[in-house]
Design a protein around this ligand. Structure first.
Ligand SMILES: [Ca+2]
Ligand SMILES: [Ca+2]
Ligand SMILES: [Ca+2]
Ligand SMILES: [Ca+2]
Length: 473
C-alpha cells in the first residue's frame, strides 16, 4: 500500500503507526519519504520465502522474526555470511553502496536463469527463479532442464554395436556426467584367420573370413556315374581338371570259330587349368562305361552325355552318342554302321551275315564333363562301341567287327562287308585333349585298373570315366 501524506508531519505520524505495527508483531515491509509511505503487510512466508534472504531493519526482535537468522533476531551484524550463509545484515539493508543481490533462488536451469533480488527505492524485490527448459530432462548436457535437482535423469539409453567378425560386441549409449558414453568394447582380434575356430568366422576382424586358411591342394577323384557340385576350397583361385570319358564295350564275337567283335574305344581324355571367379557354380559329371550286355550304352546323369547303344540283330545300325559331332562310325558295305559319337561314344554296328550268325555291337561310353556356371568347359568324350562280328556258312567263315573309335573324335574302324562297324568316339573340349589307343586310355597309369579302358573282347564292358580335380592358390 502506498500512502500519500500531507507534509512531513503527517508522514511521521503514519510512520509511528507503522512502527507500532512492527512492535505488535506484524510483519510489515516498506519505506517512506517526506510525503509518501509505502508499506505492505505480509505473512512470514511472503516476507521470507524459502531460499531467499530477509531484509533487516535493524530493529526487529525475536518475536517479530522467528526465523533462524540470528543477526536479524539480535539486531546486530555478526559479520559477513556468519549465519544465513548468504548475506549479512549490512549487505541487505537496501543501501545501494552495500546491497548484495540474492541470486540463490531456483534449482538447476531455473537457478542459472533466475532474476536476482534487487533494491529499488529502498524496496527489495525477491529473487525470481527462471522457467524450466522443459517438462522433462532428456538432454544429456549436464543441465537440469526441469529444475528438479537432478541432471539429465530422463535421458534414454540406447543399444549399440561395435566391432566386426569375431570382435563384434554390443553395448549401451548412456549419459554420464553430461556426456553420452558408449560402453561397447570390441573383442580382441586373433593374429591369424583360419578355420581353426570354425568355418566362416572372421577371427582377425578385418571383414573377411578365413583368409589365412591355406588352399587345400589335395587332388580329388570321382567315380563313374557321379554328378556332383564342387565347392571351391577356401583361398583357392585355380583348378586343374583332368577328365576321362567312359569307354565303349567290345562288339560281340560270333561263329563256331569265334570271330571276334571289335574292341571298344577308350574313353577320351581332356584337361584344363581354369582361373576361378568367386561364387561360380562348379559341377562335375563322370560318365559310365558301356555295360557288358554288349548293346547297352554307357549311361549318364545328364541328357546329352550318354553313349549310343550298339546295333542288335542282323545288320542293325548302332545308335549315335545322341548326335553327330564326334568321330564317325564306320559304315561297312552291307553290314550295319556304327553310330556317330557326340559327347558320348557311338555304339558299334551289328554284323550282317549272308548265311550264318550276327554279333551285336558294343555300346558307347558316356562322356565326362566339368561345368562352370552350367556350361561344360572341360569335356572328355566317351569311346565308341566295337562292331559285332559276323560268321558265314554255318559259322565256319566269318569276319570280325570294327573297333570303336576312341574318345575325342576317334573314328570307328570299318569292318569288311559283313562285319559291324565300330562306333565313333565322342568329342572333347579343353585346353588339351588327348586320345588313347583303341582299348587303352591316355595316361592309363593315372587311372584305377581298367578305368576308361575300352572293352577288349566280346561284350566286355567299357571302363567308366574318371576325374581328378586339383585346386591351387
Ligand atoms: Ca532434471
Ligand atoms: Ca539435461
Ligand atoms: Ca579375417
Ligand atoms: Ca576364421
Amino acid at each position: 500500500m502506498t500512502i500519500r501524506a500531507k507534509g512531513r508531519r503527517a508522514t511521521r505520524r503514519i510512520e509511528t503507526h507503522w512502527r507500532r505495527g512492527l512492535g505488535a508483531g506484524l510483519l510489515v515491509v516498506g519505506s517512506s519519504s517526506s510525503c509518501m509511505i509505502h508499506y505492505e503487510r505480509v505473512t512470514e512466508e511472503e516476507a521470507f520465502p524459502a531460499g531467499s534472504t530477509v531484509v533487516a531493519t535493524g530493529t526487529s526482535t525475536d518475536a517479530g522474526f522467528p526465523g533462524t537468522d540470528s543477526e536479524l533476531d539480535a539486531g546486530v551484524d555478526a559479520g559477513p555470511n556468519d549465519d544465513s550463509g548468504t548475506r549479512d545484515a549490512a549487505a541487505i539493508d537496501c543501501a545501494p553502496a552495500t546491497y548484495l543481490a540474492d541470486a540463490s533462488c531456483g534449482v538447476g536451469y531455473c537457478r542459472t536463469t533466475n532474476q536476482p533480488s534487487s533494491c529499488l527505492r529502498g524496496v527489495e524485490t525477491a529473487c525470481l527463479p527462471g522457467a524450466p527448459l522443459g517438462p522433462s530432462d532428456v538432454t544429456c548436457d549436464g543441465v537440469d532442464d526441469d529444475c528438479d535437482g537432478l541432471s539429465d535423469e530422463d535421458h534414454v539409453s540406447t543399444a549399440t554395436a561395435c566391432g566386426v567378425g569375431a570382435c563384434a560386441a554390443t553395448g549401451v549409449l548412456a549419459c554420464q556426467a553430461g556426456s553420452e558414453v558408449d560402453s561397447c568394447v570390441p573383442g580382441a582380434p586373433l593374429a591369424n584367420d583360419t578355420v581353426a575356430s570354425g568355418v566362416g568366422i572372421d577371427d582377425d576382424c578385418d571383414g573377411v573370413a578365413d583368409e589365412d586358411e591355406p588352399c587345400d591342394t589335395t587332388p580329388r577323384t570321382f567315380t563313374p556315374g557321379s554328378y556332383t557340385s564342387i565347392t571351391v576350397p577356401l583361398n583357392c583361385t585355380q583348378v586343374s581338371v583332368r577328365l576321362w570319358g567312359g569307354a565303349g564295350a567290345g562288339g560281340e564275337l560270333e561263329g563256331v570259330l569265334f570271330q571276334p567283335g571289335g574292341l571298344g574305344g577308350a574313353g577320351g581324355h581332356a584337361e584344363s587349368t581354369l582361373t576361378l571367379v568367386s561364387s561360380q557354380q562348379l559341377d562335375l559329371l563322370v560318365g559310365a562305361g558301356a555295360a557288358a550286355s554288349c548293346n547297352a550304352a554307357g549311361s549318364s546323369a545328364l541328357p546329352g552325355f550318354g553313349g549310343g547303344s550298339g546295333g542288335t540283330g542282323i545288320g542293325a545300325d548302332a545308335e549315335d552318342g545322341l548326335q553327330s559331332g564326334g568321330g564317325t562310325g564306320a559304315t561297312p558295305g552291307s553290314a550295319s554302321r556304327g553310330g556317330n559319337g557326340y559327347r558320348g561314344g557311338g555304339g558299334g554296328g551289328a554284323g550282317s551275315p549272308v548265311i550264318g550268325l550276327s554279333g551285336r555291337g558294343g555300346g558307347g561310353g558316356a562322356a565326362s564333363a566339368f561345368f562352370v556356371a552350367g556350361t561344360p568347359v572341360v569335356l572328355a568324350g566317351g569311346g565308341g562301341g566295337g562292331g559285332g562280328a559276323a560268321s558265314l556258312i554255318l559259322g565256319l567263315l566269318g569276319v570280325a567287327g570294327g573297333n570303336g573309335g576312341v574318345g575325342c573324335g576317334g573314328s570307328g574302324a570299318t569292318a569288311d562287308a559283313n562285319g559291324g562297324g565300330g562306333g565313333g568316339g565322342g568329342a572333347c573340349l579343353g585346353t588339351l585333349t588327348r586320345a588313347g589307343t583303341n582299348a587303352v586310355p591316355f595316361d592309363a597309369a593315372s587311372l584305377p585298373a581298367n578305368q576308361a579302358r575300352g572293352g577288349q573282347s566280346s561284350c566286355f564292358a567299357g571302363g567308366g570315366g574318371y576325374a581328378i580335380v586339383t585346386f591351387a592358390p
